[in-house]
Design a protein around this ligand. Structure first.
Ligand code: ADP
Ligand code: MG
Length: 676
């Protein structure tokens, strides 16, 4: 039985069971599915194809007698020269003095170690038997004092005894379509890859299984929310909406048109909208949000726009007021700093329905705010509308359409993964006439030159942001830095007005500082990263970012997106002196591209998927075998298959699908759904 506790396996015992438990292995089944996290390739390689510092296996003829030297009592170094592919390679074995008796002149040997190409030397070498147990050896993550050979022995034992019990869970049809190994075989060859081909086949099978299971959960959630979350079908006078769009000083881009269409279709439909709108900074998401909100309002609903910061709320309230000026839409802004009286009035007006649109921070829906008829909620610049927020809405008896907007373009592979249960709309086109921002990377000590540049821009009537050095440990120090830098710049550029913005200011002070910058009263805004998202001052053309290497690419791109919003040429100057290669690479990437999608793909490659969203927020599943970046083609296939399965009768009834069905029914998502 795969469910049997692991201590029942021969040779494991209570001690072994304890060691395994530390790895999360409690049953025989857990042990069988505890896969290697990487493999050493011990296949003999040709010398010319080996790279510097690569770990390799080489084969050759011993050309010199072993030379053995001792250091202290136990340490030794044994050197031989081996003729490999016509070259003399030096092999260095540490602390294996006994090899002196085992290695003989003229003999053929196979050895493994790290290649130093410059010195044609393999260091830390070990002898290998030619193709001992296959040329690929699994390496398992270990913990505590568990030894690799014990783990391998137990796995081998478990496979021998229970391999036949490993149930197939994929239906015949899928096995045939993709020509996949049976589950038991795949499991076996992942632990004991006999050769590359079988290893790849085994991996391919398990990757598909893992991704299909993952997507089954996602697609189940999506399907279920479509079934059960009956939103309200909205209808409105399309001509009125067109009239609103016609008032704009520009026409929508094709991408904006398409995306707005998708959103309006969702609003019209009787199912609840659960959609992500992604579009690069400056691609024009706000107007799409406004049009969607207007449609909802025309249909008799209220609409709410939630943003992460007070500054943004302020700014969005201002732009919506401008957009809907004279159109009879009543717009309110609920802020932490509204006085008690004003607040009470706003809340009452929300309750009786005399307010059509409300703008506030994400706390908006939580602050005991009641709505008359909330039909549409948009959250801006947040990766994900928390499950918790959704619950808050539900508890209030509200089931509005929800749209999430993000300016962090998510590579397709990740959007499938992280947002698999949502519909995704993408604005992949910039409004015409934008000049690409020029980005430069300079050392921090070039600040005086940068300031002269700002002076010139200011003389031409432009404005600049200067983002302060970031001190992660303490926002107190951040603030101090901002204050110091503000004073320094004021001292250096007495002819200009320099404003200051940081997180310790009261919301009134922030608003004043932002207003002064937006209206052009201040030329330079020294700020911590609070201006990161969404802020829109088209006259600002210079963005200077201190310690740029401390930021991720997504965040840098966000900051850069604060400029280039008008018709003038804009500049982004990264002040950074990164020591690490990845830091240097990030700076270089920033100077190379303005395209958020490309950046996000590079970011993903540089940092890996786990870091992409930041740890806490990631919401990415931990994969045993699959790599969601590398295996994205399989991921796409799995997504399609899972969606089709979930929507089919056969999946829920046919015995062929029992394995997968039972598996899904045991998952948290299913159990939770059953309880809702
Ligand atoms: P983001 O997607 O970053 O939120 P915004 O919605 O703030 O971008 O739009 C950036 C600027 O582009 C705004 O000043 C907006 O008025 C303008 N804009 C939006 N759509 C268009 C368009 N189709 N043509 C020209 N300008 C546009
Ligand atoms: Mg925006």
């Amino acid at each position: 039985m795969l469910q049997s506790p692991v201590h029942t396996l021969k040779g494991v015992g209570p001690r072994g069971a304890e060691q395994l438990s530390a790895l999360g292995i409690d049953t025989i089944g857990d042990l069988l599915f505890y896969f290697p996290f990487r493999y050493e390739d011990y296949a003999v390689r040709r010398l010319e194809e080996v790279e510097h510092e690569e770990k390799v296996t080489l084969q050759g003829t011993v050309h010199t007698e072993p030379e053995l030297r001792f250091y202290g009592k136990k340490k030794s170094r044994l050197t031989i020269r081996v003729l490999v592919d016509g070259y003399l390679v030096q092999a260095v074995f540490f602390n294996q003095p006994f090899l002196k008796r085992q290695i003989h002149l003229g003999e053929d040997i196979v050895f493994f170690g790290k290649m130093n190409r410059h010195r044609l030397m393999v260091e830390g070498a070990v002898l290998k038997q030619p193709t001992e147990d296959g040329s690929i050896e699994p390496v398992y993550p270990l913990k505590g004092d568990l030894k690799l050979y014990s783990l391998k022995k137990w796995i081998a034992g478990a496979l021998e005894q229970y391999k036949e019990d490993i149930p197939e869970i994929l239906p015949e049809r899928l096995l045939e379509t993709y020509r996949l190994f049976p589950r038991a075989e795949a499991c076996y060859y992942l632990h004991f890859p006999q050769d590359m081909d079988r290893f790849h086949q085994a991996r391919r099978r398990m990757v598909y299984e893992e991704l299909l299971q993952f997507q089954l959960k996602m697609q189940y959630l999506r399907w279920r929310s479509k079934q059960s979350d009956k939103g309200m079908a909205k209808s409105w006078d399309q001509q009125q909406l067109q009239a609103f769009l016609g008032r704009l000083p520009f026409s929508l881009t094709h991408a904006q048109e398409r995306v707005l269409g998708e959103i309006l279709d969702d609003l019209r439909a009787g199912t609840r909208m659960n959609r992500l709108l992604q579009g690069d900074v400056g691609s024009g998401k706000t107007i799409i949000a406004a049009a969607g909100m207007y449609a909802a309002v025309l249909s008799g609903s209220q609409a709410a726009l939630m943003v992460p910061t007070e500054i943004l709320a302020e700014q969005h309230a201002a732009s919506l007021n401008e957009l809907f000026d004279g159109m009879g839409v009543s717009i309110a802004h609920l802020s932490g700093s509204s006085g008690v009286k004003k607040r009470r009035e706003t809340l009452a007006a929300l309750r009786d329905g005399s307010i059509d649109m409300i703008i506030g921070t994400h706390a908006l829906i939580q602050e005991g705010v009641d709505f008359h008829q909330l039909g549409f909620v948009i959250t801006d610049e947040q990766h994900r509308f928390g499950v918790q927020q959704r619950r808050v809405l539900k508890e209030k008896g509200l089931d509005p359409d929800v749209l999430f907007m993000t300016a962090t373009p998510i590579p397709r592979t990740l959007s499938i993964t992280a947002f698999g249960d949502m519909d995704v709309s993408t604005i992949d086109e910039m409004p015409a006439g934008r000049k690409p921002i020029e980005t430069y990377w300079a050392k921090p000590d070039t600040l005086p030159r940068v300031l002269r540049f700002i002076e010139k821009q200011a003389a031409a009537g432009r404005q600049a942001y200067v983002i302060c050095p970031l001190i992660e440990e303490s926002d107190m120090l951040d603030v101090q830095n901002a204050i110091d830098l503000h004073r320094d710049i004021q001292g250096a550029l007495p002819g200009l007005t320099t404003g200051l913005m940081h997180g310790r200011l009261s919301s009134d002070e922030k608003e004043t500082a932002m207003q002064a910058f937006a209206s052009g009263d201040t030329d330079i805004l020294v700020s911590t990263t609070v201006v990161e998202v969404g802020v829109n001052v088209p006259n600002a053309t210079v963005m200077v970012i201190y310690d740029a290497n401390r930021f991720g690419l997504a965040q840098l791109h966000q900051l850069r997106g604060r400029v280039g919003r008008g018709s003038d040429q804009s500049y982004c100057i990264l002040l950074a002196d990164p020591k690490s290669d990845s830091g240097k690479e990030r700076m270089a990437v920033m100077t190379e591209t303005n395209d958020g999608f490309e950046l996000s793909q590079r970011d993903l490659e540089l940092r890996g998927p786990g870091d992409f969203f930041g740890h806490k927020q990631s919401g990415l599943p931990v994969m045993k075998v699959a790599d969601i970046v590398e295996d994205y083609r399989t991921l796409e296939a799995a997504r399609k298959d899972a969606a089709a399965l979930i929507a089919s009768d056969a999946f829920w009834n046919d015995p062929a699908y029992e394995g997968l069905r039972t598996w899904l029914q045991q998952q948290d998502v299913f159990q939770q759904a059953a309880m809702d």
